[in-house]
Ligand binder design. Sequence first.
Ligand code: ZN
Length: 323
Amino acid sequence: MATDAPVKTLQDAIRFFTDPDVCLNAAIQIRWQGGPVACPTCGSIDVHFIASRRIWRCSEQHPRRQFSVKVGTIMEDSPIGLDKWMVAIWLLANARNGISSYELARSIGVTQKTGWFLLHRIRLAMQSGTFAKLSGHVEVDETYIGGKARNMHKGKRARVIHGTGGMGKVAVQGLLARHGKDGHSIVRASVVPNVRKTALQANVRQHVRRGAHVYTDELLSYDGLQSDYVHQVINHAECYVDGQVHTNGMENFWSLLKRAIKGTYVSIEPFHLFRYLDEECFRFNNRKMTDAERFAHAAAAIVGKRLTYKSLTGNDVSQSHQN
Ligand SMILES: [Zn+2]
């Protein structure tokens, strides 16, 4: 969907995508980014549209000659209609505090389990594909997100619980590059095995360009960053914020994340936590966009990604499908 399409609200989106031809055309735009329809197997544009089935047939000789608009995207193999997919992407991209699988299931008329799988695949699309390092002034902070270890089988608990924050708590490290004169700040958040020096500093070095200004709290794990960065430590004993030396931006992000988890997702399997981090970072990093722009941005990222149910659940049938 072009961002100038007359779609501004969720109601507009639902109405817009209800027409199967309009919906297919929007999906074609997204899938082939405005270019010609090309065979996902061989790349040929010598393809024939079978209107009655809304699929194409490639003229080249090879297996899998027939394909739909879903092939080669997070929607591949999904029996759920395009209209429901589009509305689901709209909802997750724009819901301020996220959307639970129960809520999505009610909104688009699928089962909760289907809604859960849909949301996780959309979160995959929201995962930042960039390897560009953060630079300038970067706030570094860590927090714990609670799991629900009490109800977990012992074997599984051993697999999913890491970190030193107590039972079922998972350590998360966040990095926030403060905005320059024009733009807005960019955040990245990732699950770390623990808050010891090796883990925390490796993550900083992976994501932050050498020479950047880095602000952390006085955790000893950050001791040593000064060899690669202009490292300044917040002194919490001082009762004022020393100009630039703070992590207020990162703390703001944590409160948004925790509000979504507490209000919408209630509790999250540690195994899946990184997907919720991707979702929250996506909304935060694109917060200046309109809803239609944010939808288009998320939708454009569905191409070339796949997530099977098996890999999502780690082939563990006892895995919870809540949230
Ligand atoms: Zn082909």
